[in-house]
Design a protein around this ligand. Structure first.
Ligand SMILES: *Cc1c(COP(=O)(O)O)cnc(C)c1O
Length: 221
């Protein structure tokens, strides 16, 4: 499994150390994560809460765990004691549940709002207006155990750089706009295996890379 270490080194050499690399390990066995850990990787992303809990329990405790998938509210409680960043928040209802579960553990959980930037119909995420409504809501002010630290988006699945540039730059503009009023905004999560270079060119501070590190997944996750 030397390829995991080699892939990590290649990507790290490609990106500035100002860009955080989340190793997306969904569907991959624990031994693959161990290899990445031994190669120095400390931030992992998963998209199923149960799978993340199993891996959290099996692996060293200095790993930072990111939930990057669509959230099932009734499962937030299983990760509230350890999750470091939730990328895919797309409603006040979900924030309320995260706040409630974080409160039980006396923690503040960092969250990103997921914005719909792809023109494809299938992607999750908020419109620009919905982002503004959440950030300006009184409810949010009452949630003392969540902190919104930025935005996340997934571009259209394409190699067309014009489309990627357009979608990522729109998200960067939205991020800059809200950052003025929200000093907690420090993270712009955009870019995956196929498009992280374009993401970084457009101002990404955090990329989520799976298959370029661990190889193709065996099934769609
Ligand atoms: C699976 C996934 C990734 C990583 O995808 P790759 O193309 O394998 O790099 C990144 N972000 C999200 C939200 C994902 O679900």
């Amino acid at each position: 499994m030397n390829y995991i270490k080699e892939n990590l080194e290649k990507i790290r050499a490609d990106i500035s150390n100002k860009v955080a690399l989340v190793a997306v390990s969904k569907t991959k066995p624990i031994r693959d994560l161990q290899v990445a850990y031994e190669a120095g990787q400390r931030v992992f992303g998963e998209n199923k809460i149960q799978e993340m809990v199993t891996k959290y329990e099996a692996l060293p405790k200095d790993i930072e765990w990111h939930m990057i998938g669509h959230l099932q509210r009734n499962k937030v409680k299983y990760m509230a004691h350890f999750v470091d960043l939730i990328h895919g928040v797309d409603s006040l209802k979900t924030l309320k549940e995260i706040n409630k579960q974080a409160h039980k553990h006396n923690r503040v959980i960092n969250c990103l709002l997921q914005v719909r930037i792809a023109k494809e119909e299938t992607k999750f995420g908020l419109t620009n207006d919905e982002v503004a409504n959440i950030l300006n809501s009184d409810d949010l002010k009452s949630f003392t155990n969540v902190k919104i630290t930025g935005l996340m988006g997934m571009a259209t699945f394409t190699k067309n750089e014009d489309i990627l540039n357009e979608e990522f730059s729109e998200l960067k503009t939205l991020y800059n706009h809200h950052k003025k009023q929200h000093p907690n905004f420090t993270i712009l999560s955009m870019g995956m295996s196929g498009d992280y270079k374009v993401g970084i060119k457009n101002g990404s501070t955090m990329i989520r890379v799976g298959s370029s590190i661990f190889g193709a997944r065996n099934y769609i996750a």
